[in-house]
Design a binder for this molecule. Structure first.
Ligand SMILES: Nc1nc2c(ncn2[C@@H]2O[C@H](COP(=O)(O)OP(=O)(O)OP(=O)(O)O)[C@@H](O)[C@H]2O)c(=O)[nH]1
Length: 248
């Protein structure tokens, strides 16, 4: 990503047939209940400008030029993050990542407007309606004629290039996310588990993620949390990790 003449950085490159562009817009220091974060805003299009999203990069410390930087790539979830829905683990994962990069700077949380694994909010609510009738999260998408997961991560590559980050430790339980980022050329040196203990309303969703979408959930969906093995980042709903992880 080359800096442009006006000082803003921009990333534009051809990926296959589509034209991808990620433009840096501005950075601001934002105080929050859990500390201050540098927030860098971008505009991104992966289809030559037909559609546009606004990824944000939430930063602690100075990860510029760094190696092995802890990174969470997080997709929007209005239902849990705004409404407080208990059906999924998204909001808890966001807070877990936020807390981790606050306690272990430098770190990065990239927040993408890819609600519903990319199908959008209205379609996700339609999928929830089908889940009320008994379909799981995968079959509900399919019954609507929609893909299981259509998120794309070219903005992540471009944002990390903009920051000069050379390799990352990715906070995720999703092997697809790691594979897609590596295909884009990112160097993922380690996976940091990002586990939230299943609850009454989220158990079905988390179990489906494990069984049908290959997420590595481990004890998060077990009836009784298993003995944790030290490579585990675990979060209970009373607000404390059940066991210190190597991330601490
Ligand atoms: N279509 C659909 N999307 C959902 C549902 N529940 C949560 N989401 C969306 O799922 C996305 C998060 O994806 P997840 O599969 O939970 O997790 P992930 O990001 O792939 O993997 P992790 O990095 O381990 O969190 C967000 O965009 C949510 O809005 C659901 O039941 N149906």
């Amino acid at each position: 990503m080359e800096p442009s003449l006006n000082g803003n950085s921009s990333g534009s490159r051809r990926d296959g047939d589509s034209f991808v562009s990620t433009q840096f817009v501005a950075e601001s220091l934002i105080p929050t209940a859990s500390g201050k974060y540098r927030v860098r805003a971008y505009r991104h299009s992966y289809d030559g400008g037909r559609t546009c999203s606004e990824p944000t990069c939430i930063i602690t410390g100075r990860p510029e030029g760094g190696e092995g930087v802890p990174v969470r790539v997080h997709d929007a979830c209005f239902t849990s993050e705004v409404l407080g829905s208990l059906k999924c683990d998204c909001a808890d994962q966001f807070r877990l990542a936020q807390r981790y990069i606050q306690e272990h700077p430098p770190g990065i949380l990239i927040y993408l407007q890819q609600e519903g694994r990319g199908i959008g909010l209205a379609n996700k609510i339609a999928a929830y309606a089908l889940q009320e009738e008994g379909l799981d999260t995968v079959d509900a998408n399919r019954a609507l004629g929609l893909p299981d997961d259509c998120r794309e991560y070219t903005s992540v590559r471009n944002i990390l290039a903009d920051l000069g980050v050379r390799s990352i430790r990715l906070m995720t339980n999703n092997p697809r996310k790691i594979a897609v980022l590596e295909e884009l050329g990112l160097v993922v040196v380690e996976r940091l588990p990002c586990l939230v203990q299943a609850q009454e309303h989220s158990l079905g969703y988390l179990t489906t993620k494990q069984n049908r979408m290959s997420h590595i959930m481990g004890a998060a969906v077990a009836d009784e949390p298993a003995e944790l093995d030290g490579s585990f980042c675990f979060w209970d709903h009373d607000g404390e990790p059940l066991q210190p992880s190597p991330m601490t």
